[in-house]
Design a protein. Structure first.
Length: 339
């Protein structure tokens, strides 16, 4: 049995980690930390997590004793504690943006702060970087928007079929985090669709990194907040290169089957079937569909994920399983909550 700790376990991602790890057959959560909740039983914050005996503690990274540590901490905070965690011999999965970038200058541009850590990390998208993750000590867990956007478009980029991708994503309110705000106040979000950071969302840089924008492909991204608790539905409009304008939807689908046919968590929709948020809610699955091309050469792809699971904590557990040499699907095989 492997021991696991969660630093910063008081937020939604911490709650999801605890929910799923509570039924994991090969690991045990031994420590959870929070400075402001020191001494409080976990169920006072996460009422769905009971009978674990876990209590929040305010601990320094050097005091953590675990085989693997999840850092569910804010951007900028992770880079200050991860190096000390690695010194203890623990493997680390970081859920912030601090270790997702190959070029720290890109991080500094989009996050507006100096990157001060030289710890080596791997981008934690298992469907693309499984072999690299196996050898790593530190994984930068991808953002929620990038997970759905990258996976739904990667085969197109990998096969050099498109020169421009415009990504439109709709996200549930839980993506804004546990702290309430005027934006997430019910009268402001209910019966509404709210675009935000329409050309400057920091996740665009992460998507561009993995889809090779702007050197090979121009990639644009706009998010929208919609009145649901969980989920991200992404519509990607990809424009085929002139030399590939005669490609058929069936040929596109075969490329996706070749890329993802053996991936447990990626499900390709049947012809005419649309991915739905309720089909993946609460699960680590990605549903991908669309495969339609209009008369202008625009290819439309769709994806749905749960932003708190495959978009955060579930993918973090998937990475944990790989890092610890376990079956990648352990603790994550449950299906979505439909309806």
């Amino acid at each position: 049995m492997k021991s696991v700790a969660i630093i910063g376990a008081s937020g939604y991602t911490g709650g999801e980690l605890l929910r799923m790890l509570s039924v994991h057959p090969e690991v045990e959560v031994t420590e959870i930390t929070s400075r402001k909740l020191d001494g409080q039983p976990v169920h006072k914050t996460h009422p769905h997590v009971r009978d674990t005996g876990l209590v929040f503690r305010d601990k320094k990274p050097s005091e953590i004793d675990a085989d693997l540590v999840f850092t569910a901490t804010p951007h900028g905070a992770s880079m200050k504690i991860v190096p000390d965690l690695l010194k203890t011999g623990a493997k680390v999965v970081d859920l912030s943006g601090d270790y997702r970038y190959r070029d720290t200058a890109v991080y500094e541009k989009w996050y507006g702060m100096e990157h001060t850590s030289d710890a080596e990390s791997v981008f934690g998208l298992p469907e693309l970087y499984r072999d690299e993750i196996k050898k790593a000590n530190l994984v930068g867990n991808p953002g929620c928007f990038p997970t759905g956007a990258i996976l739904s478009s990667f085969p197109l980029v990998d096969n050099d079929l498109v020169d421009r991708i415009i990504i439109d994503s709709k996200t549930g309110v839980s993506g804004a985090g546990v702290s309430p705000s005027g934006v997430t106040h019910y009268p402001n979000i209910g019966d509404n669709v709210n675009p935000y950071k329409i050309s400057s969302h920091r996740h665009m840089s992460e998507i561009q990194q993995e889809l090779h924008g702007f050197d090979d492909v121009k990639v644009s991204f706009t998010p929208h907040l919609v009145p649901v608790n969980r989920g991200i539905q992404t519509t990607s409009h990809s424009f085929l290169k002139e030399e590939h304008e005669d490609i058929t939807p069936d040929e596109i689908r075969k490329l996706y089957e070749k890329q993802y046919g053996k991936e447990y968590f990626i499900k390709l929709m049947d012809e005419g079937e649309i991915p739905h948020l309720s089909s993946v809610r609460g699960s680590n699955f990605v549903h991908i569909g669309g495969f339609e091309i209009d008369e202008t050469g625009r290819l439309v792809m769709l994806s749905c994920i749960d932003n708190l699971v495959k978009g955060a904590s579930g993918q973090a557990i998937q990475n944990m399983n790989i890092l610890l040499g376990l079956d990648e699907t352990l603790g994550l095989r449950h299906l979505g909550l439909h309806p």
